[in-house]
Design a protein around this ligand. Sequence first.
Ligand code: AMP
Ligand code: TRP
Length: 332
Amino acid sequence: MNRIFSGVQPTGNLHLGNYLGAIRNWVTLQHDYECIFCIVDLHALTLPQDPAELRASTREVAAAYIAAGIDPERCIIFNQSMVSAHAELSWLLSCLTPLGWLNRMTQFKEKAGKHRDNAGLGLYAYPVLMAADILAYKATHVPVGEDQKQHLELARDIAGAFNRRYERDFFPLPEPQIFGTATRVMSLRDGARKMSKSDTSDYSRINMTDDSELIGLKIRRAKTDPEPLPDTIAALETRPEADNLVGIYAALAGESREAALARFAGQNFSTFKEALSALSVEVLGHIGGEMRRLLAETGHIDAILKRGAERAAAIAMPVLREVQDITGLLRP
Ligand code: AMP
Ligand code: TRP
């Protein structure tokens, strides 16, 4: 059986990278797999969060899933903290995870910054919780953006460590699914940094809830170089900002980078940016509107999350019980 698990952190500012790198792909996958889409609120707590904002962001991610076209009947949508198996399995797995594996995680190094001693234990243990998320459902496939590749490799290693320690084929090794023309959407202000929820420059990202005016403004202000667009993809290699915008256009249009570039080769950025703006508004405008409509009445979203958590627990709790038995924990 093929089962998908994936998640997004409710840390505010859902952006075009989250949409193109993750959520949009899930919409297609829901027809071919059993899908579980989580809002990983426990992961959000690895950095300080305002309680009221955390609750609001949790609903906002749920609204984004639904507005983007994920069907809550077909798929399971829920927030992580509602199913205690995630935290419980995380502990059991952390006892099998060597520190050396965690020390390699580049995201921890980035997020912890220079003052590593001040970083929380939760931030360090974050990838183990992510492994628990996936393994609690024995998920076989995990569709994510490229930045999560290393965490997924670790989840595979942890699954393997458990299977070896207890000499059985218990956890399937989850396969990463990293696809699309925009697996790594970069900042609109700096082609060397990825578009991120936490970037302090508002002009660096297009948020899923931005209205058409703001989308237009951000694209007009996006950093570019003075040269017109080239006619080969290879010529974009040394022009990261231009390359990023072409990638975004291609992803939004559902075509290859080559096809997208062919439309604008030789043209200047003002023409290209106008087309990119119109296309972004066409795709995101509808989703943003639907998100606002869903968020105006939170009862509906809360009911979906509650039902999702019940369905999720029905899968994860029995897996956790089995792990407890295998591990030797007494359950009288
Ligand atoms: P996060 O915002 O870290 O919770 O990420 C949620 C999902 O969006 C994960 O699958 C990420 O890989 C994906 N994602 C986040 N930022 C980007 C980006 N700039 N480009 C492509 N995918 C992204
Ligand atoms: N760490 C992921 C991110 O920041 C979110 C996440 C948590 C996740 N648990 C997961 C993604 C399990 C896929 C599967 O993007």
